[in-house]
Design a protein around this ligand. Sequence first.
Ligand code: ZN
Length: 320
Amino acid sequence: MNWLKNFVPPKLRKLVGGQREIPENLWHKCPNCSQMIFHRDLAEKIHVCPHCDYHFRISSKERMQMLLNDSEHEEIEINASLVDPLKFRDLKKYPDRLKEARTKTGKNDVLTVTFGQMETHKVVLVVFDFAFMGGSMGIAVGDGILEAGRKAIEENCPLIIIPSSGGARMQEGVLSLMQLSSTTIAINEVKKAGLPYIVVLTDPTTGGVSASFAMLGDIAIAEPGCRIGFAGKRVIEQTIRENLPEGFQKAEYLLEHGMIDMVVHRHNLRETLVNIINLLTKPKGANLIKVNSPIKNKQLSEANLNSASKRTPLKSDKTV
Ligand SMILES: [Zn+2]
């Protein structure tokens, strides 16, 4: 429609309905099966490909809408301090990059910390936004998780974190590495208070994030096909001088090797989380929701069934 915008005079544009806002990306190409998907169909399916079940990355806002009750929830403010200790500059200065990310996403930093409800349970939900500088972990992320931990203890409710991050934010130098310990302290405080800490790993969970709070969940869930690891495949292959197996950093591979507890389809995530919280917070009279599998793709559903039967039973499973 660019020719219409650029060359048709405004009066004529009004006549042909050029006044209406036309979204730029009406169709999305699935990177897995190459099918074209209409944007409304994709949004309806919570950004899961209707043809092959590929899970697209989603924003923190969509993630919260999908998980929390519609009732009001409280967003917990985090101090987004602008620290540029290294006076870091690559193609752009670090403060300029921050400003750009803030304009693009409308967020102050990577994290959104919310206190809300899932069914009847109060929860503190922390969601990463990959669109904000690759979900990188700087001081604001450390502060946010500390704040989330405090809120969970204050409200006596579970803490759920959904990371999607490339790792520590190199622009903040050693200060970003210190967030590995501060986030671990926050998680330990929650555990000491006897509250459940659940982590939902999404694509990608790598670097410093996977080396700290992301791997400390009482229950570790992952979305199908997401990449979870510390260093990239090429770096590891060059270091150990060996070829790595196909898909070795995928959620399903990690499940098979006992690194995570479940791989859960996005459409079943809310029900699964509610069931887990039910089991962990009131194990005797827990009312479980039946989770229907909406998986249509034969290959994927078979893979999921296989992985589900192979997974190590959770401690909570025994109490039912
Ligand atoms: Zn697809």
